[in-house]
Design a protein around this ligand. Structure first.
Ligand code: URP
Ligand code: ZN
Ligand code: ZN
Ligand code: ZN
Length: 457
């Protein structure tokens, strides 16, 4: 197969090239018109040819508290490929009493239901003498990243000692902790104050999880990582201050990385003043507009490493069922399908982010920080032939009814965006063409992480 006539965009360069595909892999990037005759030609004239997106933060069928998000691998990856994402990284969060390795093995077994490939973050909540052996076998099995939380007390929160031991053990194995940082004691106090004032419903979400809780926790976790010389990746950083702490640590030699997620880069806390505040309840919460702009500026400077979705597919009924008390609500927003279009539109088209940087943030760096590069996140020869033929000028309006996520709403309802995938290939097969699913056969594979490369920018 040849994808002909497009402009290939990689993290470091872009230019006209024909993509030659054999046996599901890219075998050459040929000067336009020089590719050998092929059985099948896909026309990319006038379009960008991007490595398929790699979503480093995607919860599939995620259970937290009383709620389980509504998708399975087939549904989540169907939505992903419609949005140009061809690899998702999901989380195996142990249920109470379950150990991290069992949780990871159970979740990994679902990869085959996917329309595209997936990888996994394991999760450690509590330290015990069996954890080092579990981590060693997980890394040997290709699960090299481990999610930890400094919040959600009584559920998935880990104490500092557990974080330190897990980081140190994983670093020696070539793995990395990926961590949700919000100081739970500061949040607990803010929630009590809000509740005492009768202001604990969804419209007060932002007041219950202040930015200070995030910076306090990031500083603590950076100190732990530095003390044991371990790499660390901060998920869904929602403020410029948090990103700047990580960037400063990186300048002193700490292998520390920042993930931003699409909704924190595009939406702001005015959503909580609207008539559907529960639809925007996520952790960390949406921040004030000036803070959103400050966070967005860090995409241009190299300080943010990756952009994820933090996809969590709850529907309106789940969101509304506890909207009077954010402490009992399901947290998280659906976004695996909209991540690439909203970031392309808001940052590449409207604010001039180089499209090479877009690819770096949404595909190449997520592949690197998850040990999936250069199999994923690039179109260099040898990579899996996962790619999005992208129409950079198509204007369209986002509406939930046109999307494929297993929910009835999108936080971007009514937003007009520019740019969308026209054709999406997974392993050299056309799975989406002109917005329609052309190959619904589930052929997803669990992709094993190689030791995490922490040498990139
Ligand atoms: O609100 C969020 N982010 N829910 C998903 C779980 C998490 O903390 O990432
Ligand atoms: Zn989180
Ligand atoms: Zn309030
Ligand atoms: Zn998450």
């Amino acid at each position: 197969m040849v994808v002909r006539g497009g402009t290939v965009v990689e993290a470091g360069w872009s230019g006209p090239a024909d993509v030659v595909i054999t046996g599901g892999r890219v075998t050459a990037l040929a000067a336009p018109g020089t590719a050998p005759a092929a059985a099948s030609v896909v026309d990319a004239a006038g379009h960008l040819v991007l490595p398929g997106g790699v979503d480093p933060h995607c919860h599939v069928g995620f259970t937290s508290g009383d709620f389980t998000s509504l998708d399975d691998y087939r549904q989540c990856t169907t939505a992903a490929v419609h949005g140009g994402t061809t690899t998702i990284v999901d989380f195996a969060i142990p249920r109470p009493g379950e150990n991290p390795a069992d949780a990871a093995h159970a979740q990994r077994a679902k990869a085959g239901e996917g329309l595209c490939d997936s990888a996994l973050h394991a999760c450690v909540v509590e330290w015990d003498d069996t954890v080092p052996d579990q981590l060693a076998s997980l890394v040997a099995d290709g699960i090299a990243t481990v999610k930890m939380f400094t919040t959600y007390r009584g559920e998935t929160m880990a104490d500092e000692d557990t974080v330190l031991r897990t980081m140190k053990t994983l670093a020696a194995l070539g793995g990395m902790v990926v961590i949700h940082c919000e100081a739970d004691h500061i949040i607990g106090d803010a929630q009590r104050r809000c509740a005492d004032a009768g202001r604990i419903g969804a419209s007060h979400m932002a007041d219950t999880r202040p930015g200070l809780a995030e910076t306090a926790s990031v500083a603590e976790i950076l100190a732990i990582a530095e003390s044991v010389d371990a790499p660390v990746y901060f998920v869904h950083q929602s403020t410029a201050e948090a990103v700047e702490l990580v960037a400063a640590a990186r300048r002193r030699g700490v292998r520390a990385y920042s993930e931003a997620v699409a909704h924190h880069l595009v939406l702001d806390d005015s959503a909580y003043a609207g008539d559907r505040p529960e639809r925007f309840v996520c952790c960390p919460p949406l921040r004030p507009a000036d803070q959103v702009r400050a966070l967005g500026r860090h995409l241009f400077t190299g300080e943010v490493t990756t952009i994820g979705s933090d996809h969590c597919c709850y529907d309106t009924a789940q969101k509304e069922s506890r909207s009077g008390d954010v402490r009992a609500m399901p947290n998280g927003l659906p976004g695996v399908e909209t991540r690439l279009p909203v970031i392309f539109s808001e940052y590449v088209v409207r604010r001039g982010l180089p499209v090479t940087r877009f690819v770096e943030l949404t595909a190449a760096n997520p592949a690197r920080t998850n040990g999936l590069y250069p199999r994923k996140g690039t179109l260099l020869p040898g990579a899996d032939a996962d790619l999005a033929i992208w129409d950079p000028t198509a204007e369209w309006q986002i509406t939930a009814g046109d999307l494929h996520m297993a929910t009835d709403y999108t936080p971007y309802e009514g937003m007009t965006v520019t740019g969308r995938p026209k054709t999406v290939l997974v392993g050299g097969r056309v799975v989406v063409d002109n917005g329609a699913l052309t190959d619904p056969t589930p052929r997803g594979r669990h992709i094993k992480a190689t030791p995490i490369s922490t040498k990139h920018s």
